[in-house]
Design a protein around this ligand. Structure first.
Ligand code: ZN
Length: 436
């Protein structure tokens, strides 16, 4: 994006701000988002407040003390604290985003918290997932979360949903809560959560992080946009790396998850101006915060035309060969770990190239591989043989696919990408290879 095309965004009537171009909003440029949403009809995305049960009884004496710093705020007061007590929030994902969100919502006195996660606590989680601790490694995240949240505030009722959110169960699970915090780390669950919230009319407090960048918004308001208005389709698999692939600054999900908790509390209380109709972008390296105005897309099948009457097949929607969207054709051949192991066992001559970083190489490697980190790949091109079979691998398969595409584009035709990377190799071929 060039300086000449830097867009000017109207933040308030009469006030304009010149915006710096950002690198990307994961897979769309800021420019395209701003331009697209500028052309959409204006709406007033506003929550009066969610429909919290009116049967809210009085607070106990200990609660009056516990929440006294809340109750002293005119915008909260005892009535607002009772609303929080009788509110329910579902947190989808007890990971980097869900951790601070759950901690602050429990401390704030949200009466019923649902924690949906079917994963276990892993050592690599602890750099950012502050809901869990070292003693919890190997435990179910829901069990770890329940123990911590109950210790913070015994007045909070913690409900654990220890299963994957699917098209079969999402509507029933989400219907039982006033609002949802999207703390997911994959597109399948993100679109599923969005669509279920739109169908049910539930506020969906969105957040996502990658490397040093994060974003947050509130979807599902009466006239405001949903996640599909922003990103109508998921990116081709492998195009956007996961945090496991690309890394994430540990405190960044702390920032975004805390913003999600703030928005959830405001929605329950019915105070302030939420991020509905705005996308907050945070660049932690520059410590810059900016917002882009978002509008509902009249063509959005979920909240625009409302042609989406039920949940869809999200595996198909996000799959590599989905018929619903155009595909990238990379021309790179894939090989499974088992097939590679069989070829190596047969004694086939294969150059096995590891394109990860050297610190990852220290953690685990496949015997016989040669390390060429992706950043040095172009410079090392002359060292690679065009007359030999080359198999490239990385952590999960996307960096090595990019490297393989680079080779194919330069005339290498005996190149394979190891599907699922060293992680799948460890799961299917050699469990002594450490996972991370
Ligand atoms: Zn929409």
């Amino acid at each position: 994006m060039s300086r000449q095309t830097t867009p000017t965004v109207t933040a308030k009537p009469g006030v304009t701000h010149r915006r710096r171009p950002c690198q990307r909003v994961y897979w769309h440029s800021c420019q395209s988002l701003i331009t697209r949403h500028r052309g959409m009809p204006r709406a007033t995305p506003r929550f009066s407040s969610v429909d919290v049960a009116e049967s809210a009884g009085p607070l106990e004496p200990e609660e009056l003390v516990r929440y006294s710093r809340h109750i002293g705020l005119d915008e909260v007061g005892e009535a607002g604290q009772r609303r929080l007590k009788h509110a329910s929030v579902l947190i989808v994902g007890a990971g980097g985003l869900g951790s601070p969100a759950a901690l602050y919502l429990a401390a704030a006195g949200v009466g019923r918290l649902g924690i949906a996660d079917f994963d276990t606590v892993d050592l690599t989680n602890l750099q950012r997932q502050v809901l869990h601790d070292t003693h919890g490694v190997g435990l179910k995240k829901t069990a770890s979360a329940r123990a911590r949240l109950t210790a913070i505030n015994p007045f909070v009722h913690v409900e654990t949903i220890d299963e994957e959110l699917t098209a079969a169960n999402a509507l029933d699970i989400i219907a039982a809560y006033d609002l949802v915090i999207d703390g997911t780390d994959n597109f399948k669950t993100r679109y599923l959560t969005n669509d279920a919230c739109v169908l049910l009319g539930k506020p969906n407090v969105y957040g996502s992080v990658l490397r040093f960048e994060g974003q947050a918004s509130v979807f599902g308001s009466a006239n405001g946009p949903c996640y599909r208005c922003l990103f109508p389709e998921p990116p081709p698999p492998g195009l956007v790396p996961s945090c496991a692939e690309a890394g994430v600054l540990g405190v960044l999900p702390g920032l975004i998850g805390t913003i999600q908790a703030t928005e959830a509390v405001k929605i329950v209380l019915g105070v302030g101006e939420t991020l509905a109709g705005r996308l907050l972008l945070i660049d932690a390296l520059r410590m810059s915060f900016r917002t882009i105005r978002l509008r509902r897309d009249p063509e959005c099948p979920a909240c625009g035309t409302r042609e989406m009457k039920s949940l869809i097949d999200y595996d198909e929607f996000c799959a590599p060969r989905s018929s619903m969207r155009p595909q990238r054709t990379s021309g790179v051949q894939e090989i499974t770990p088992r097939d590679l192991a069989e070829r190596l066992r047969r004694g086939d001559t294969i150059d096995l190239i590891d394109v990860r970083e050297s610190y990852e190489w220290q953690i685990a490697r496949i015997d016989g591989a040669k390390l060429i980190p992706l950043g040095q790949f172009a410079a090392a091109l002359g060292d690679l043989s065009r007359d030999q079979d080359l198999v490239l691998y990385c952590h999960h398969g996307s960096r090595s696919r990019a490297a393989a595409e680079f080779l194919v584009e330069r005339g290498f035709d005996r190149v394979w990408n190891l599907s699922g990377g060293i992680d799948r190799w460890s799961a299917e071929v050699d469990s002594t290879v450490a996972t991370y």
